[in-house]
Design a protein around this ligand. Structure first.
Ligand code: AHR
Length: 320
């Protein structure tokens, strides 16, 4: 069967979902009529400030007080851990499974198992690339390609002659694939002197930039797929005796507090937001699914962008 990549359109497609056909409640006991809804949530890891904020938002909304019985498992950025957690959730016969896939491919078997068990699936944050037909009820996340485009447009406008090094996220993840596609389509491959992954972590981002400083001495702009890798880049650039934000400009994605402080300190030059605080939307979707109500097939979380005019008041007022 041909592999199918699920679309990430800019607008939520309000396609109806046959929840009855899916069997909305795994246990048959929770029905949204006041009973507790059991949810198995496989978070992909704790690799970044964004992820920590996303986990807090999920746990802060899928609470007992709000009617949920949450089993939360951190996969430590390993797909095999996620697959094991998903199979455990099937064995527990939870009412709803939610997960944020670390990479796009490799899920066919377990997605089919979830479907066969008739447990509704909510896809969170990242997307999947699978042969399984209609594997999830709803997906909630950001438009990663648009984030890359927004970053690229700033570079074309403000640093048109830049020699760019692209600090990629986890290879094969939706966030890496789509941000790279969006950014590269705007700045042009010919302006990118090199690329390497920093796996969305500060330590690996720093190591990748240390190597890049040797390999690409001409680079004067780094596009980091997240704030944490950009913060690692600052450390590597300063250790090499250069000035981040001046000798080497830095453009990132996320907009967590540490990243925006670096922007305020003029060590970052531009930050495209990826909002992690959508646990309320996940909780709302799960409640509706269990109640047999229709939900949109896709919900895009709205993002902003920030330049160096950002104030500390704005940063302090943010939730993440
Ligand atoms: O999938 C979202 C990305 O994952 C965030 O941009 C990054 O910080 C995280 O690790």
């Amino acid at each position: 069967m041909a592999r199918k990549t699920f679309p990430r359109t800019a607008l939520a497609a309000l396609s109806a979902v046959s929840l009855l056909a899916l069997g909305a409640c795994g246990s048959g006991e929770a029905s949204g009529g006041g009973d507790t809804i059991s949810v198995g949530f496989s978070q992909l890891g704790a690799e970044s400030g964004w992820r920590t904020a996303n986990t807090e938002s999920v746990k802060g909304n899928l609470t007992a007080e709000n009617g949920f019985d949450l089993t939360f498992v951190d996969a430590q950025q390993k797909q095999e851990n996620q697959i094991k957690a998903l199979r455990d959730f099937i064995a527990q016969d939870v009412d709803v499974i939610a997960f944020s896939p670390v990479i796009e491919t490799g899920w066919d078997e377990v997605l089919q198992e979830i479907k066969d068990a008739e447990i509704p699936l909510v896809l969170v944050d990242r997307t999947v690339d699978t042969t399984v037909d209609d594997p999830y009820v709803t997906w909630i996340g950001a438009d990663f390609k648009q984030e890359g485009i927004t970053a690229g447009e700033w570079v074309v406008e403000n640093a048109p002659d830049a020699k760019i090094f692209e600090l990629q996220g986890t290879l094969g993840s939706g966030a890496q694939v789509d941000r790279e596609e969006g950014f590269d389509s705007i700045v042009g491959e010919e302006n990118i002197v090199g690329k390497a992954t920093g796996n969305f972590t500060r330590a690996e981002g720093k190591a990748a930039v240390e190597a890049a400083l040797q390999a690409y001495p001409e680079m004067n702009l780094i596009f980091a797929h997240n704030d944490d890798m950009g913060l690692g880049a600052i450390e590597a650039i300063e250790a090499a005796g250069k000035v981040p934000g001046v000798d080497i400009q830095i453009v990132t994605i996320d907009g967590v507090k540490d990243g925006l402080k670096a922007l305020h300190d003029k060590k970052f030059n531009y930050v495209v937001e990826c909002n992690p605080a959508f646990g309320d939307q996940i909780a709302d979707a799960i409640t509706k699914i269990v109640a047999g109500e229709e939900v949109p097939k896709e919900t895009i979380v709205v993002d902003k962008a920030f330049d160096q005019t950002i104030t500390m008041e704005e940063i302090d007022a943010r939730a993440f």
